[in-house]
Design a binder for this molecule. Structure first.
Ligand code: GDP
Length: 305
């Protein structure tokens, strides 16, 4: 129910746009498809994914000869679900459970400033902590003083240790110490923050590789997850960031934030399709509990209800 609430804005908007596109039309014809294309694009589904969806519906219209506009909702829902399924954006382990055979589970969190990276780390820490996992945080965004301070505050709030070396220190040293601390205290999960400076691409790549290398010296299989945080309300910027970060490092999962305040939930569909990376978490508010594991059908349903 909270997901429905969180996505209300995007839902209403997508839904009303969709309804407007078919008003007064009984069959899905070229005009309706043109309108639908526009609706998908303006909902930030992205051009590539939009074209793919339109093609699939065109195929269906060609096959079935006559498709009623009243069926469009269901057809779209099926096509979007199929796209999400292709890239394993399926239900992830519910309730923030961690794999038992990977301990400590190391999550490296990447993303540009302002997308909600620190908040997402805090929310994740809270969820893991709530389930009885021992959590360690690493303040690896040493480029911004505020980032270190903010992460420390989250650590205090949740009640988990934060490893930090202050500002302008080597992020890989922070990451190393965080993982070491986790091993020492038999922790279940380490979440490492990193600096997201996209304007220096080479530096970004080098920095992320170095963090990985150094962590691997201590724990060869780490990081188990590289989580890219994207702001779902920024539309095309989110696509650009996903492009840059997937070039810089092997991103294994996505967290898409701020889906509560946007009419553009389509980013989730487009990014997941374009980059073939599963969406694992969605942020639906500023509060500590406003992070949810992603459920494909629930998401698609709330988009159309
Ligand atoms: P960072 O610079 O990427 O670490 O971003 P922050 O974690 O500091 O978040 C930036 C702003 O976005 C803060 O005001 C957060 O409260 C807000 N924020 C983060 N996630 C969400 C979300 O899911 N929904 C909403 N509405 N705000 C969010």
């Amino acid at each position: 129910e909270s997901l429905d609430k969180g996505l209300e804005k995007s839902k209403e908007s997508f839904f009303s746009k969709l309804n407007r596109a078919v008003v007064g039309k009984s069959t899905v014809d070229e005009e309706v498809l043109d309108e639908l294309e526009e609706v998908l694009i303006t909902s930030d589904v992205g051009v590539g994914t939009t074209v793919k969806i339109i093609r699939r519906i065109e195929d269906r219209v060609a096959r079935d000869k006559y498709v009623n506009t009243s069926e469009l909702d269901n057809i779209l829902r099926e096509e979007i679900a199929a796209l999400l399924a292709e890239n394993k954006s399926d239900d992830v382990d519910d309730d923030f459970s961690l794999p038992v055979d990977k301990k400590p589970y190391v999550i490296m969190v990447v993303g540009v400033n302002g997308v909600g990276k620190t908040t997402t780390i805090g929310k994740l820490a809270a969820q893991f902590h709530k389930r009885g996992y021992k959590v360690v945080l690493g303040a690896g965004d040493t480029f911004r003083a505020a980032a270190v301070t903010q992460l420390k505050l989250w650590g205090q709030r949740v009640g988990v240790p934060v490893i930090e070396h202050g500002m302008n220190t080597d992020p890989s040293a922070v990451a190393f110490d965080a993982v070491k601390k986790a091993v020492d205290m038999n922790a279940d999960v380490v979440i490492i923050d990193t600096a997201g400076r996209l304007h220096t691409k080479v530096n970004l790549m080098n920095e992320l590789s170095k963090i990985k290398r150094v962590v691997q010296k201590f724990l060869p299989e780490a990081p188990h997850e590289v989580l890219l945080v994207l702001d779902g309300s920024t539309g095309q910027n989110a696509f650009i960031q996903a492009t840059e970060f997937t070039k810089a490092t092997d991103v294994t999962a996505l967290a898409i934030t701020k889906l509560d305040g946007t009419a553009k939930g389509g980013v989730v569909i487009g990014i997941s399709d374009q980059f073939k990376i599963p969406v694992k978490y969605i942020g639906v508010g500023e509060k500590i509990e406003d992070l949810q594991t992603f459920h494909k059908m629930e998401f698609v349903d709330s988009f159309f209800k």
